[in-house]
Design a protein around this ligand. Structure first.
Ligand SMILES: *Cc1c(COP(=O)(O)O)cnc(C)c1O
Length: 460
């Protein structure tokens, strides 16, 4: 999709209107884009040549008072003004009165990120990795943001002292081998500041990889400058995950940004959120994943829309996501198929939900179906000799060759499957039935039978 003359002209018109002193010359300057982000309805109307009724304006103003608006001139220029009401960019960027409708079940912090936070800025949910919020700001406010409660709260970038707390936590927590920089958008930080954070992380021996989650290639691709990329490439192994939701977002500028990152050896992934009216269509998704892999971006996750307050108009049934995944697996390259996940309310983390391909089985055969509807069988081996695993890897014929004694604790379902552990079930804490059985207060489950008390419903 090369940039057409009409695109160029539309951009120039927007640029000059925002900045009479030569906006179109500065269009590709990301700081200019930030300074001229559109934050109010009249500017939006003037730039797109649209007009909202007084009634609509009233409703929009009420929405903006709660959830502010910010859109980069670049991202705004992608909107098709002739059919803006159905435009995927408009729908992701422009407020709607329905954001104020809080539905039963909606939550301010559905993922309980604030609860799983040992120190400010860190969410430590999974055993070996943490989310580190290094920025409170974004160049554009996605209307579907899961952290909507925080959007526009206080636009600030945490100072070094604030971030030191998070860095100290990571330094003092040797199980953390993977750090995800998130926000806000980490690429809102100046190059030098980000360089400092990445250097601090590089110096922590147990941090094996760092990932940056950013929407800049989508909403402000000019942020991906040669200088930024030259800095990032000094911090390998570094991964970048971005957030394209619609094939229309893949423009000549965003493709250049992705190419720069990929040329610097940075593996690129993409996380898409399934959004009603934007991308809830198998054909749109197929086009999107194809455009992504063409640009060396691996579709990583397809997210079911979270139950955050103000997002109900974006939510689709899980069945829609299933239909989309069903239309991808087998039909197209395996590496173009993302994992469809629901981020569990209450902080359970991402749960993959994929179509079922295993139809049945006995001890001899499994019955499978493929994407075409072919039903087939796989015969189990007659010879397989199970090895009892006591986690003594030194004496195992499979030569893992551990360096030193690595402690390894099986967790959750993995623990139920482990030979060396005699847990037979997982029972929620406070299970009444087991409380009655032991007779000494609620939730005192017999450890031999109960394994571990894990799930704590209502905690979240
Ligand atoms: C998504 C997420 C991660 C990373 O999950 P991966 O499945 O490893 O990509 C880590 N921490 C939190 C809190 C998350 O939400």
């Amino acid at each position: 999709m090369p940039t057409t003359l009409a695109d160029e002209e539309r951009r120039a018109a927007i640029a000059d209107r925002l900045d009479e002193t030569g906006g179109s010359e500065r269009w590709r300057d990301w700081r200019w884009q930030l300074r001229h982000a559109i934050r109010d309805i009249p500017t939006f109307e003037a730039l797109l040549g649209v007009r909202f009724s007084a009634h609509e304006r009233g409703r929009l103003d009420a929405t903006l008072a709660r959830f502010p608006l910010s859109i980069t001139p670049y991202y705004l220029s992608l909107i098709d003004a002739k059919d803006y009401a159905n435009d995927p960019v408009f729908l992701q960027a422009f407020p709607r009165a329905s954001e104020l409708e809080v539905m039963p079940g909606d939550m301010a912090d559905p993922l309980a990120e604030d609860k799983d936070s040992p120190v400010a800025g860190i969410t430590h949910r999974y055993p070996d990795r943490v989310l580190f919020q290094v920025s409170n700001v974004c160049s554009m406010y996605c209307r579907h943001c899961t952290r909507k409660r925080k959007v526009g709260d206080r636009d600030f970038i945490p100072g070094r002292d604030a971030l030191k707390e998070g860095l100290d936590y990571i330094r003092g927590t040797p199980v953390v081998r993977d750090v995800l920089l998130s926000g806000g958008d980490p690429l809102m930080l100046a190059d030098g500041y980000l360089d400092w954070i990445l250097s601090e992380l590089d110096a922590i021996p147990h941090v094996e990889i760092v990932r940056i989650g950013t929407r800049m290639p989508v909403v402000l691709p000019y942020r991906i400058t040669d200088e930024l990329v030259a800095m990032l490439r000094r911090h390998h192994p570094l991964w970048v995950n971005t957030h394209f939701n619609h094939p229309r977002e893949i423009t000549a500028s965003s493709r250049r940004a992705l190419a720069r990152l990929a040329d610097a050896g940075i593996p690129l992934g993409n996380q898409t959120v399934l959004l009603a009216g934007v991308n809830d269509c198998p054909r749109i998704m197929r086009r999107l994943v194809h455009r992504l892999v063409q640009n060396r971006v691996r579709p990583y996750y397809l997210y079911q829309c979270d139950m955050s307050e103000g997002l109900s108009h974006f939510r689709t049934p899980v069945g829609k996501g299933m239909e989309i995944i069903e239309s991808l697996i087998g039909h197209t390259s395996g590496l173009a198929v993302p994992t469809y996940v629901i981020d569990a309310p209450g902080g359970g983390g991402k749960i993959p939900v994929m179509p079922q391909y295993l139809i049945s089985w006995n001890t001899n055969k499994v019955v499978l179906r493929n994407f075409e509807g072919v039903i087939t069988t796989y015969k189990e081996p007659d010879q397989y000799r199970p090895v009892f695993c006591n986690r003594n890897c030194e004496e195992c014929r499979l030569s893992l060759r551990l360096e030193g004694a690595e402690e390894y604790q099986a967790l959750g379902i993995e623990r139920l499957l482990a030979d060396h552990d005699d847990a037979v079930s997982l029972v929620p804490a406070g299970n009444e039935r087991l409380g009655r059985r032991s007779g000494n207060g609620a939730g005192e489950a017999d450890p031999a039978e109960a394994g571990e008390a894990e799930d704590v419903p209502g905690e979240g």
